[in-house]
Design a protein around this ligand. Structure first.
Ligand code: AMP
Ligand code: ZN
Length: 673
């Protein structure tokens, strides 16, 4: 194939994979296979720069920071929506719409989720993405095209030459917000209160490379151009073009169906990966919209019905200070347990000492709690009228709650920190993180045991975990440590020593900014810790800059970590203690074999390393999943299986089988095929 044709093919394939991953939420390939395609594309473009064009996926991650803000005037004004909070107002809206149309007109409404993010206007022309802009005041917005191009689920090119102006919402998935906030807290930055703030802030970042590191998504809900007679047809067309949409609208032919949709959607929306705060009701037929027109601020053909955020009151019993693995100290309100938006809340973050001071939250206060954007419980306000006599304003700690070291407040940071690198509390937080599922998965090492082991100095750093098998005597001397639990602990350590991938190890180290996705990208490139440590840090810097998905801040953070002698010593110690953590070779994708068409999730302790089981399954054509999801065929269980996996399997209809049954499956099928 000639290079130009191959280039076009790669661009198309990568765009398809992005679409599957970011829009359909159904990845078609492994990260590694994706990276391989991307590498090939990059090499091709390096050899033949004339092939590079704006539609190439390599052009998503912009170059130099924007100089400043450029304003753009919207060709069509971006409206706000009239907000209502009750059914009566929706009825009233329906009446106004009917009054505004010829008597006897048939009115259809489209009801769709009101997405809670930042609004975005995008223009395609001759199939190319040519403009991205914020709403601004509705008439003039900010031009943010370079940042918009970094949004992965957004095609840079579409298969339609017409000029199209689309409106959508930029959102951040709830689960992604948690990751962003962990990093921000680790850096001493204020966490985002909700995905909306995170999305809006990220879109407007001046440094495009930084924006590219944010997990932004866009969902379109409006085609401005009049190419279709109805809104629902426009939504269908948007979808057919491969543009991301919510896909959750319903055409309603009566007020009753509309109200039913509003009620039903409220029950479903907490399951969605992104935030919604209501339903937008729009007249479906565009000709009718034209008849209705708009006021200065709102179209008369649409209305937003907003769900009230559930708020409850409870009492603050204590204000504790949580210590993170990087030393950040976060005040947390300990509450009388209450149910908010479907779950019981007994602690709420107070973010930082300024926040506590601003709201003047005191122990014994009655406070109003709300789940900010449904995820993180927040203290919204204090009911000062209910404050008992004799309370005192909360005093921020002057000493670390764990080691007593004087806390510091880094300039420009809202967070207080314990600067003591050998602080036991920080170490406990790090050990806890290190041993979680996403990391080294030492399931027998729980929070209280970690604390005991740190107190007794059996653990002074993360590497010491792997020296525990040599210290059986000391372990058995611990209170509440029986023979059996000691054996189990050591077995789970042995398993972690050999059964983890390099990406798990890198994730577990908790290097600031290096989340599990970035960690697995780096792991795929270097394959094991020894190889990574052997690279001179400066060379590493250049190599990392070449890797797709690794941004400059991540590089700084990883290089600083690797240049730190204390950290290096710990990494060397991990190797000496026999931690293997090899990244498996990229699997050639098997498209036949006895297990082809079935998917497997393996859990618990098996007689052989989990990776080996995974390999066998893949070799036989089966698909390996790291969690049970919809459509998973089998959950293979070993010893010590977590309840959640079993529940998930039952819920999703996966068949639960033992390791022996898996072997039988493998064997029987081998013979019969
Ligand atoms: P408001 O900001 O309260 O005036 O509400 C208007 C905003 O709602 C618009 O600018 C959009 O960003 C946002 N919005 C979210 N979902 C939708 C939707 N499905 N249709 C129209 N607007 C939406
Ligand atoms: Zn400390």
């Amino acid at each position: 194939m000639n290079p130009a044709a191959r280039h076009a093919q790669l661009c198309r394939e990568i765009a398809e994979l992005d679409h599957a991953y970011y829009v359909l939420d159904a990845p078609k390939t492994s990260d590694r296979a994706y990276d391989a395609l991307f590498d090939e594309l990059r090499r091709l473009e390096a050899a033949q720069p004339e092939l590079v064009h704006a539609g190439s996926p390599t052009q998503r991650v912009g170059g130099a920071p924007r100089e400043g803000v450029t304003k753009v005037e919207h060709e069509h004004a971006m409206f706000s929506l009239d907000n209502t909070y009750d059914e009566a107002a929706v009825r009233e809206f329906d009446r106004r719409v009917r009054d505004g149309l010829r008597t006897g007109s048939v009115v259809h409404y489209v009801a769709e989720p009101k997405l809670d993010g930042a609004s975005l206007s995008v223009v395609y022309d001759r199939g190319q993405l040519v403009l991205g802009a914020t709403r601004g005041d509705g008439r003039v917005g900010e031009e943010i095209t370079p940042n918009v191009r970094t949004i992965r689920g957004l095609p840079l090119t579409i298969d339609d030459p017409r000029r199209m102006t689309l409106r959508g919402e930029v959102v951040i998935y709830k689960r992604d917000l948690a990751t962003i906030n962990q990093t921000r807290i680790a850096r001493g930055e204020e966490p985002f209160a909700n995905p909306r703030n995170a999305a809006a802030g990220s879109l407007r970042l001046l440094d495009t490379r930084e924006a590219a590191e944010r997990p932004l998504r866009v969902l379109f809900y409006e085609l401005v151009d009049r190419y279709y007679a109805t809104h629902h047809e426009a939504l269908a067309a948007i979808r057919t073009l491969g543009l991301p949409t919510h896909g959750l609208h319903r055409v309603c032919d009566s007020l009753d169906t509309l109200l039913a949709f509003i009620a039903e959607f409220d029950l479903r929306r907490s399951q969605l990966p992104y935030e919604t705060d209501g339903v937008v009701v729009k007249v479906d037929e565009l000709a009718q919209r034209d008849l209705l027109g708009a006021t200065a601020r709102f179209p008369r053909w649409a209305i937003a019905y907003k769900y009230a955020a559930e708020r409850v009151t409870t009492v603050v019993r204590a204000i504790e200070c949580d210590l993170g693995r990087t030393g950040a100290i976060t005040p947390v309100a300990v509450l009388d347990p209450v149910t908010v938006s479907g779950s019981v809340v007994s602690r709420a973050s107070l973010h930082n000492s300024d926040y506590v001071a601003d709201k003047d939250v005191r122990v014994a206060d009655t406070v109003v709690i709300e789940k900010a954007g449904e995820v993180i419980p927040q203290v919204v306000s204090v009911d000062v009228g209910k404050r008992p006599p004799g309370t005192q304003p909360w005093q921020p700690p002057t000493q670390c709650p764990s080691c007593g070291h004087a806390v510091v407040r880094v300039a420009d940071e809202a967070a207080l920190r314990c600067p003591n690198a050998s602080c036991p509390g920080r170490l406990e937080a790090l050990l806890f993180y290190f041993t979680r599922r996403s990391g080294m998965d030492v399931d027998r090492l729980g929070e209280s045991l970690i604390k005991q082991l740190v107190d007794t100095k059996l653990l002074r750093d993360v590497a010491d975990i792997f020296a525990l098998p040599e210290k059986r005597e000391s372990l058995l001397a611990l209170p509440r440590m029986g023979d059996k639990s000691c054996e189990n602990l050591l077995a789970s350590i042995e398993e972690a020593k050999r059964g983890r991938t390099f990406s798990q190890l890198l994730t577990a180290l908790g290097i600031p900014l290096l989340g599990s996705v970035a960690a697995s990208t780096v792991a795929g490139r270097y394959r094991n810790l020894r190889a990574l440590l052997e690279r001179p840090v400066e060379a590493l810097r250049d190599e990392l800059a070449e890797i797709h998905g690794i941004g400059p801040k991540m590089i700084d953070s990883l290089c600083a970590y690797l240049a730190d002698p204390t950290q290096r010593a710990i990494l060397e110690k991990l190797l000496q203690l026999g931690v293997v953590a090899n990244e498996p070779e990229p699997e050639p994708v098997v498209t036949s074999g006895p297990l082809y068409g079935s998917s497997f999730c393996v859990t618990g302790v098996l007689t052989r390393p989990r990776e080996a089981v995974h390999e066998q399954i893949r070799a036989a054509g089966g698909e390996v999943l790291d969690r049970v999801k919809k459509g998973t065929t089998y959950l293979v269980i070993g010893d010590k299986v977590g309840d959640t996996k079993l529940k998930a399997a039952k819920k999703q209809g996966a068949q639960i089988i033992t390791e022996a049954e898996l072997d039988a499956l493998l064997q029987r099928d081998m013979r019969s095929s």
